[in-house]
Design a binder for this molecule. Structure first.
Ligand code: EPZ
Length: 439
């Protein structure tokens, strides 16, 4: 088991380069199934979710090969299996995209109920409703979701909730359907747009991604494509907050500042100095920031995936902050861990009241899920003493070498092996792949 040990109260300073977006990567990789050709996906983050997903694709007969750490070649010409079993998808929530992609291309798919982060009920009724509207029969039994159709026929689908996953999954299922599909009340997240752009680069006809009405005119087939995915807005936001909480000066580079607007606005409201360039944002702060009120919302609102890291920052702000989580019903579980670091928090349903304290104090805390883990790292960077963060595997699902980036900014952080049970370092998983000659 690995832990992150962090000696806090070091001011972070310098440039941090942001990797490709996890939530775009986990949609774009399965989307390549639709091509019956070779796709090259560039700028992928080298994280456990991407590795697990490419392994799950191999089980279907797709050939995936890392050409280098951030580039994946996907050959979907020889798919011979339409079933993704629990063993291969249990670690990845986004495995549900295999359903839309397989259904879209083969009119049949069987995928085990997804795993992934644990913060309450994570229904997929809107995905199923959409598949059915397109003409599929969907049965959920024995932990598997089975979808089958003779033909998929475009139609109008109104999503009852704004769902990133349902929007993307229904685009995947509809690109090769007959006729036109209209998705109403669609999600507008940058990774929705990125997936649509990738599909269009393969010959799909999708218009309106990034607005709440997406129009998909079915095409007969798609072809291979080389595509570079967008930078990760949540990794960028996490490092911006790491800069702010250590009263530092951090420039996040290689990003799309437009995607960061809600985070930038909140940091400015708190009193941080935020300087924006074409592809970077620099965050400077020289003292304790002010409290604010915050509500998570679908894009372009404040992202739920930044809520835990922002709560960590607010825990040392001057005054009382009120945080409302409106996307997930149970995303404050990590507050118990934040309290162990000295935060003063009261949670009442979907609302948390954070009374800013002058200083956090180091403790051993657990990363309860991916972003909760990121929040622990951010809080520990500001805490007095040495904190130990357990369950680091959750953080590795979504951040590529977070500790290396933080160390280069001046953090005192190290990854420590604490038991005899050795995890194979991720570099070793990649090496044999890179040794092979790539044709
Ligand atoms: C995506 O999850 C992200 N994951 C999540 O990021 C993120 O928190 C979430 O969107 C919201 O932005 C990926 O992109 C892989 P949703 P997703 O469907 O698509 C309800 C991270 O930390 N809902 O947009 O699964 C649902 O309960 C992860 O990187 C239904 O009711 O989320 C929730 O309240 C964690 N029925 C809301 O909609 C459905 O069929 C939004 O969920 C689907 C969703």
């Amino acid at each position: 088991m690995e832990q992150l040990w962090i000696k806090g109260e070091r001011r972070l300073q310098g440039d941090a380069f942001i990797n490709g977006a996890k939530n775009a990567a986990v949609a774009v990789i399965p989307a390549a199934i639709l091509a019956n050709d070779i796709c090259i996906i560039e700028n992928l983050p080298y994280i456990d979710d991407v590795i697990s997903l490419s392994e799950a694709m191999n089980e279907l007969g797709v050939k995936t090969e890392f050409l280098d750490r951030h580039t994946l070649r996907i050959d979907s010409r020889n798919i011979n299996n339409f079933q993704a079993v629990y063993e291969s998808v249990k670690k990845i929530r986004a495995s549900y995209y295999l359903l839309g992609a397989l259904l879209g291309r083969y009119k049949q798919a069987e995928v085990a109920f997804p795993g992934g982060c644990n913060f309450g009920v994570r229904p997929i009724d809107q995905h199923i409703k959409g598949f059915e509207a397109l003409g599929a029969e969907v049965i959920v039994e024995h932990g598997m979701i089975r979808a089958k159709a003779d033909r998929l026929i475009g139609t109008s689908i109104y999503l009852d909730v704004v769902s990133v996953g349902a929007t993307i999954n229904l685009m995947l299922a509809a690109v090769l359907a007959e006729g036109t599909t209209i998705l109403e009340n669609a999600a507008k997240e940058p990774h929705v747009v990125d997936t649509a752009n990738f599909l269009n680069s393969m010959g799909a006809n999708i218009k309106g991604a990034g607005t709440d009405v997406i129009r998909i005119i079915g095409v007969e087939k798609l072809h291979g494509s080389t595509y570079m995915i967008i930078p990760d807005q949540i990794e960028a936001g996490t490092l911006m907050i790491a800069g702010a909480i250590t009263q530092g000066d951090v420039k996040v580079c290689n990003i799309i500042p437009k995607h960061m607007e809600s985070v930038t606005a909140k940091l400015q409201e708190m009193g941080a100095e935020v300087i924006e360039g074409d592809d970077f944002i620099r965050v400077r702060s020289t003292g304790r920031l002010n409290s604010i009120h915050l509500k998570t919302l679908p894009y372009p609102g404040f992202p739920t995936d930044m809520q835990p890291q922002m709560s960590a920052l607010l825990s040392v702000a001057k005054g009382t902050s009120i945080i409302t989580e409106s996307v997930w019903e149970n995303r404050f579980q990590y507050m118990s861990e934040l309290k162990r670091l000295g935060a003063q928090v009261k949670v009442e349903g979907r609302v948390a009241v954070v009374e800013g304290v002058e200083r956090l104090s180091a403790a051993e805390v657990s990363a309860l899920d991916l972003r909760a883990g990121a929040a622990m790292v951010v809080a520990a960077l500001a805490a007095q003493g040495e904190s130990k963060i357990t369950n680091v595997q959750y953080i590795d699902r979504g951040y590529e070498e977070l500790e290396v980036k933080l160390r280069s900014l001046g953090a005192d952080i190290r990854r420590v092996q604490v038991s005899s049970e050795k995890k194979v370092p991720r570099q070793r998983i990649l090496e044999p792949v890179l040794e092979k000659k790539i044709i």
